[in-house]
Design a protein. Structure first.
Length: 144
C-alpha cells in the first residue's frame, strides 16, 4: 500500500497489511464505485455503502489533525471512538458525509474538521480522508 493511503492513520502502526483496503476488498470496491457516482449528487449517498466501509475499518488506527491516535468500533447504528465516552450516531455520520460532498461539489475545500461542523468531526475527518470521501490531504494547521 502506498504511503498516501495511510496519511490519516496512526503512523506507528506496526502491521499495516492487516487491513485490506486495496483492490479485492468488496466493500471498498463497492464504495469507490458508489463514490464516483455520487460525487456531484450528495443526496444520493448510500448509508449502507458508507456503513459497510466504516465496519471494514473498525480497530484501524487513525490520527486526528492534532496527532491524537484513535480507533473505533461499530455497535448497531453507532460508532464508538476509544477516546470518547459518547458515540457518533449513524445519522450524524451520514449528515457529515453529505456536508462534505455538498461542500466539495460547491468547490469548497474541506481542509479540516471545522469545515464539517458536526459532532465528532475531529474523528470523522481522518476516516473520511482514508475512504476517499475528502479528496484533499489533511491540513496539519487546521484546528479541531
Amino acid at each position: 500500500m502506498s504511503a498516501e493511503i495511510w496519511s490519516g492513520i496512526y503512523p506507528n502502526m506496526k502491521n499495516k497489511d492487516t487491513v485490506n483496503l486495496g483492490k479485492g476488498n468488496k466493500a471498498m470496491d463497492a464504495w469507490n464505485m458508489h463514490l464516483s457516482e455520487i460525487r456531484h449528487c450528495p443526496e444520493n449517498l448510500s448509508s449502507e455503502f458508507l456503513w459497510q466501509v466504516l465496519c471494514e475499518l473498525e480497530q484501524t488506527y487513525f490520527c486526528t489533525v492534532k496527532g491524537i491516535p484513535f480507533t473505533y468500533i461499530i455497535k448497531g447504528h453507532e460508532m464508538f471512538v476509544n477516546r470518547k465516552e459518547k458515540s457518533i450516531t449513524q445519522a450524524t455520520i451520514l449528515l457529515s458525509a453529505r456536508r462534505v460532498l455538498e461542500k466539495q461539489a460547491e468547490g469548497v475545500v474541506v481542509s479540516g474538521p471545522k469545515k464539517i461542523g458536526t459532532f465528532g468531526a475531529s474523528y470523522l475527518y481522518p476516516v473520511f480522508c482514508q475512504i476517499g470521501l475528502i479528496t484533499e490531504k489533511m491540513n496539519e494547521s487546521e484546528e479541531m
